[in-house]
Design a protein around this ligand. Structure first.
Ligand SMILES: Nc1ncnc2c1ncn2[C@@H]1O[C@H](COP(=O)(O)OP(=O)(O)OP(=O)(O)O)[C@@H](O)[C@H]1O
Ligand SMILES: [Mg+2]
Length: 498
């Protein structure tokens, strides 16, 4: 166990960490914070939800010179929501030291950001495309940078941000420390590390599995056309507090959201084609639990830390093992329990096995829940509601009525009737989703579908099909489109592209 006091950090930072409620450092923090404080370049890999933000946040904040109004630290993140979240966490860590971290991301009025930059942030947390915009306008200068962090470095490469990253890193001429963090570190990171890092130390926490143990991982083998009904049944039976449902494409997310709403669930969708204000709105509704289901593409798979997410449903099996790791990692964070459930069509089973091999985890098979399971689930939910209401204070005004009723009817009959009335009938409103072709494992010489894999080649080089491309330059979008067309040929997809 490592206490934050064991690190060589300022009293201000210790106070900030304590007011964040952190007592012991997590394993990645215990290893990465001392190395980071020594100024070493480092690559940090640890499972989802294990505190990597603070692992780079503390060394970064500690290094900031508060007497200078220059931007001294840059964090790059693949998505806008993550850039915002990381800035919030850094503002908490730097609160007592008086350090200001500003998020810089696409989709937000650039003039607003230019105005905010006048407040002289010492750190910026940015998406690559928008940072380059500011560099070109000279509204951000990187000539006093001493620390660079690439959060979710592998994802930024997956998204085709390599040119932007090279441009940004190449523009930092001052002596600086570079830190790369992610739960997954595929080999292609090496080229980036070789080019832009100075003898980086690799910091990994010792675990065989790529996913945390506190997530119960399940899958259900189900034909494509039954997936929506199965999802509805699962939502009824498991009644998650907060759930994220991942779909493969933007269109899929829209259709799923509509379908869920039709059946009476409180759900909203998020993907890269929505306006930033809509995306912010959905995240806000979900965080404050006004809605309890967020339907998302992989744009929400990385880094997002929303407390209270109890369930992750992969409505569509993810494109590759890394994506699986990050998606399910939206639950089971900071030691909490979580459950993930992946719907797998019969032709995608080999894909699931490949995920198990790469992540070194067993994903437990569950059978398709039946209609009577749903009824039982709904009865249980009704019972829980009744119990909760009975324990609350605001039922006093009903007590006289209850006493009168109890004079006529016995208590067991009365409670049975209350449960019956509260038990929701399963909603079977018809919902039609455009069907999509199953994913297939691409076979190569070294990599057969069901064979045990010595590496995860065949996945690594794939481009994800649905990402937030909005922060990217047009040229890259075209490149991505070409890539998608190529992929479509490889996988025989029917073109439900992002
Ligand atoms: N030492 C700690 N003690 C308790 N909670 C912590 C500690 N460090 C971080 N946390 C909390 O753990 C949660 C997950 O942290 P964080 O988002 O940094 O994880 P991560 O490793 O970056 O995950 P991901 O790979 O999904 O990005 C956050 O809510 C954070 O506040
Ligand atoms: Mg993170």
């Amino acid at each position: 166990m490592t206490n934050f006091k064991d690190f060589n950090v300022s009293e201000h930072t210790l106070q900030a960490i304590s007011s964040m409620g952190f007592e012991e450092a997590t394993p990645i923090q215990a290893k990465a914070i001392p190395a980071g404080l020594e100024g070493k370049d480092l690559i940090g890999q640890a499972q989802t939800g294990t505190g990597k933000t603070t692992a780079f946040g503390i060394p970064l904040v500690e290094k900031v010179d508060t007497t200078s109004g220059n931007i001294q630290g840059v964090i790059l993140a693949p998505t806008r929501e993550l850039a915002v979240q990381v800035a919030e966490e850094l503002n908490r860590i730097g609160a007592k030291k008086g350090i200001f971290t500003l998020p810089i991301y696409g989709g937000q009025d650039i003039n607003r950001q230019i105005k905010a930059l006048k407040k002289r942030p010492q750190i910026i947390s940015a998406t690559p495309g928008r940072l380059i915009d500011h560099m070109k306008r000279r509204t951000i200068r990187l000539n006093h940078i001493h620390t660079v962090v690439l959060d979710e470095a592998d994802e930024m490469l997956n998204m085709g941000f390599i040119d932007e990253i090279e441009e940004i890193l190449g523009a930092i001429k001052s002596e600086h420390q570079t830190m790369l963090f992610s739960a997954t570190m595929p080999n292609k990171i090496e080229a980036l590390a070789q080019k832009f890092m100075n003898n980086p130390v690799l910091i990994r926490t010792k675990t065989k599995e790529m996913t945390v143990k506190n997530i119960d991982q399940h899958y259900i083998d189900v034909p494509e056309n039954q997936k929506f009904d199965v999802l509805s049944r699962l939502l009824d039976i498991q009644s998650p507090e907060l759930a994220i449902v991942f779909g493969r494409t933007k269109k899929r997310v829209d259709e799923l959201t509509e379908g869920l709403k039709k059946r009476g669930y409180s759900a909203e969708g998020i993907h890269g084609d929505l306006s930033q204000s809509k995306r912010d709105h959905v995240i806000r509704l979900f965080k404050e639990q006004t809605i309890d289901i967020m339907v998302a593409t992989d744009v929400a798979a990385r880094g997002l830390d929303i407390s209270g997410v109890t369930h992750v449903y992969n409505f569509d099996i993810p494109q590759d093992p890394e994506s699986y790791v990050h998606r399910i990692g939206r639950t089971g964070r900071a030691g909490r329990k979580g459950l993930s459930l992946t719907l797998v069509t019969p032709r995608e089973i080999s894909h699931l096995r490949a995920i198990e091999n790469v992540t070194k985890t067993k994903i437990e098979r569950k059978s398709v829940p039946t209609y009577s399971d749903v009824i039982e689930g709904n009865k249980q939910t009704a019972l829980d509601q009744l119990r909760e209401a009975a324990e609350s204070d605001d039922i006093k005004e009903y007590k006289t009525m209850a006493e009168n009723l109890l004079n006529d009817i016995d208590s067991v009959s009365l409670v049975s009737a209350a449960i019956k009335l509260l038990t929701k009938e399963p909603d079977r409103t018809p919902v039609h989703l455009t069907s999509i072709a199953p994913l297939r494992v691409k076979k190569s010489k070294n990599n057969g579908g069901n064979r045990k894999r010595s590496n995860n080649r065949g996945y690594k080089d794939r481009k994800y099909k649905d990402r937030n491309y909005k922060d990217r330059k047009p040229r890259d979008r075209k490149h991505q489109k070409d890539q998608r067309n190529k992929n479509k040929k490889n996988w025989g997809s029917k073109g439900n592209k992002s």
